[in-house]
Write a protein that binds this ligand. Structure first.
Ligand code: ADP
Ligand code: MG
Length: 625
């Protein structure tokens, strides 16, 4: 029998080919998925007693045979009438509708839409179907060379199931190469629910006859059929049946090139109001973040769809690893539509909630473990708090702060701890922090000597995160330890009496200003303890924070970003050496003393470098002698 395919557009094949060119590898996913569907249908019929025969080996075979690529299954098969109905009419008109609707959408969007059976024509210039229904209907053969004409004849198959035979086009010969086909099967079919056989693989085992020189059985290579998929992946199992080890094993199965264990995982398992399963892993993330490795993979009933999960997963969780599987995510539409889809929104919110719950659970049940993991997960938590209101609400309960002694406290505990000593005269509790324990060591120890606690806050989101905490926790100020002298970091009522008169101060200031770069340093005279340092360098908290924010946000606050680094040179007027500067009458000696003092202050801040440092060393040696 010959017939015409039921389409309006005569030249649909060139259109299919052109439209889908960028993503034409998905044909294999579509055809194997159909084979899986057909096999699952037969299993369902059998379990309901509607199919009485033996099920036998249901493994799906993918084979390369010269210029043909063949996909064979032992599923329900099709009768001639069914080919007419499902292949000749429905599938094709479906494709046609699709192309009509999305005539001018970008190519890359279409890859997500399974054109189903007809995607075979993206890579083949002739497609044949050999099929036999599980019913008594005779076997059928269908063939089409890419024109709207097809032929239907009697088929050759003797058992139920279907062979899809692709005569691969000359410009698509890559799909006749074993490694390429294997790569595609591993990408799209790795977790499909029926075993898929492709080619052979080597296994090494003890020989039964041959022995080595020590008399032990010789190891011999044996070829066996290669099964490319795991039909029962961990995310489909019930969480209670899995151990931590099972989860880790699956993680390494998913990312064979990643040798580090994940920190912990969240097993998602929802069926109402949408269907979603999956496992999300928290990887160890410190400073090095590579968003292009080990991405979250999105599946639809165990069929790989994509690893671009923007929109489906909240932004702050994009760096997690793992799999999501949902038949309720529309795969055939554009990104912007995806983001406004109500199912997708619900899924994203659900994921966010689950993550917050899991973190809270670990925090509550095993605080010690939570503290151990904190440095690795804080970036997720901070980012989440900054971007998701609901997540922030929950996270306020378990977010931790770490001090310079490596102790962790939650936000309430910390406030309780520092309240007594670190409340300023305006009733603000002042949180002191350092961004670099090494570099700011001198400031940290001074603050500690005063009984203050210093936080270590070194995340890349710091400036934003600190602003958030200042908004969320009333009467709170964050101040970096080196932003002022220790007396002024937290302004208490009591001030230290000044040893210099106004007249003496007016005389002192220009002497010191004469020795420093005025563009970079503002000289400030302060009354500090006489045993504090004679000079200290500080950097204004707000200037620095704006500068940092403009660096991480890149724009918006450009003005601050372009400001040169500027510092305060704080002079302790109660220090005996400063008094000495005033009293020194020899101008050269006075200069040298001021120079020495400013250099010392620069040195303790890591700002004395190069020639200036060499000069300083020479001068110091000379002074000792
Ligand atoms: P979809 O899979 O979305 O229904 P397809 O174009 O992939 O669309 O397939 C159309 C129909 O052809 C299927 O619904 C099924 O009835 C039939 N079909 C395709 N491949 C097979 C197969 N290997 N075995 C049995 N039926 C098949
Ligand atoms: Mg299909």
């Amino acid at each position: 029998m010959k017939g015409n395919l039921n389409v309006q557009t005569e030249n649909i094949f060139p259109v299919i080919k052109k439209f889908l060119y960028s993503d034409h590898e998905i044909f294999l996913r579509e055809l194997v998925a159909n084979a899986i569907d057909a096999t699952q249908k037969l299993k369902a019929l059998s379990s309901r007693g509607e199919y009485q025969g033996e099920l036998g080996d249901l493994t799906i075979d993918v084979k390369i045979d010269k210029k043909k690529l063949i996909i064979s299954d032992h599923g329900v098969g099709m009768s001639a009438e069914e080919i007419e109905k499902y292949i000749n009419q429905i599938a094709f008109s479906g494709a046609n509708d699709f192309l009509d609707k999305y005539k001018d959408v970008q190519e890359n969007l279409i890859g997500h839409f399974g054109l189903g059976f007809y995607s075979a024509f993206m890579v083949a210039d002739k497609v044949e179907i050999e099929t036999k229904s599980y019913t008594d209907a005779p076997a059928a053969h269908w063939s089409c060379d890419g024109s709207p004409e097809f032929s239907m004849t009697k088929g050759k198959r003797t058992s139920h199931g279907t062979d899809i035979i692709l005569h691969i086009a000359d410009d698509c010969s890559e799909f006749l190469e074993e490694h390429r086909v294997l790569e595609l099967l591993r990408k799209y079919c790795r977790f499909m629910p029926i075993a898929i056989r492709f080619g052979e693989e080597s296994v090494w085992e003890d020989s039964e006859t041959e022995k080595d020189k020590d008399g032990n059985p010789k190891r011999v290579e044996k070829k066996q059929p290669r099964i490319i998929n795991d039909t029962d992946p961990a995310w489909k199992k019930t969480p209670s049946s899995l151990t931590d080890e099972d989860y880790k094993k699956f993680y390494h199965e998913l990312y064979p090139m990643n040798f580090e264990d994940p920190l912990f995982q969240i097993h998602l398992n929802v069926d109402y109001p949408f269907n979603l399963t999956g496992i999300l892993y928290f990887p160890k993330v410190r400073r090095t973040i590579d968003p292009n490795r080990n991405k979250i993979q999105l599946y639809c009933n165990q069929v790989f769809v994509t690893d671009s999960v923007e929109g489906v997963v909240p932004d702050y969780l994009m760096l997690l690893h793992g799999v999501l599987d949902s038949p309720d995510i529309p795969l055939n539409v554009s990104r912007s539509y995806l983001q406004s889809d109500s199912n997708v929104k619900k899924i994203s919110q659900h994921i966010s909630k689950k993550v917050a719950d899991k973190l809270e659970e670990i925090y509550k049940n095993n605080r010690e473990d939570f503290e151990k993991k904190w440095d690795d997960i804080k970036i997720f938590v901070e980012y989440g708090m900054l971007t998701e209101e609901k997540f922030c609400e929950k996270a306020m309960k378990f977010a931790l702060l770490k001090n310079s002694e490596g102790q962790y406290s939650n936000l309430d505990e910390y406030r309780e701890k520092i309240k007594a000593l670190q409340t300023d005269k305006d009733k603000n509790v002042v949180y002191l922090y350092a961004t670099d324990a090494e570099e700011q060591h001198a400031y940290i120890s001074k603050a500690k000597a005063k009984g203050y606690d210093v936080l270590i806050m070194d995340s890349p989101l710091n400036a934003h995160y600190i602003n958030l905490l200042e908004q969320k926790i009333e009467h709170t100020r964050f101040v970096r330890v080196d932003s002022d002298t220790v007396e002024k970091l937290i302004a208490h009522e009591d001030t230290i009496p000044e040893k210099l008169t106004q007249e003496e101060k007016d005389k002192l200031k220009p002497i010191i200003e004469g020795e420093v770069d005025k563009q970079r340093f503002t000289v400030m005279l302060e009354s500090m303890e006489s045993d504090d340092a004679p000079m200290v360098i500080t950097q204004n908290e707000f200037m620095r924070r704006y500068k940092e924010m403009s660096e991480t946000t890149g724009g918006g606050m450009g003005f601050y970003g372009e400001m040169p680094e500027s510092y305060n040179l704080v002079v302790n007027i109660n220090h005996p050496l400063i008094e000495q500067v005033l009293k020194t009458e020899d101008a050269d000696k006075q200069k040298q003393l001021v120079h020495q003092l400013t250099d010392l202050a620069l040195l303790s801040n890591g700002l004395l470098k190069g020639e200036a440092l060499t000069e300083f060393l020479k001068r110091s040696v000379a002074m000792i002698g």
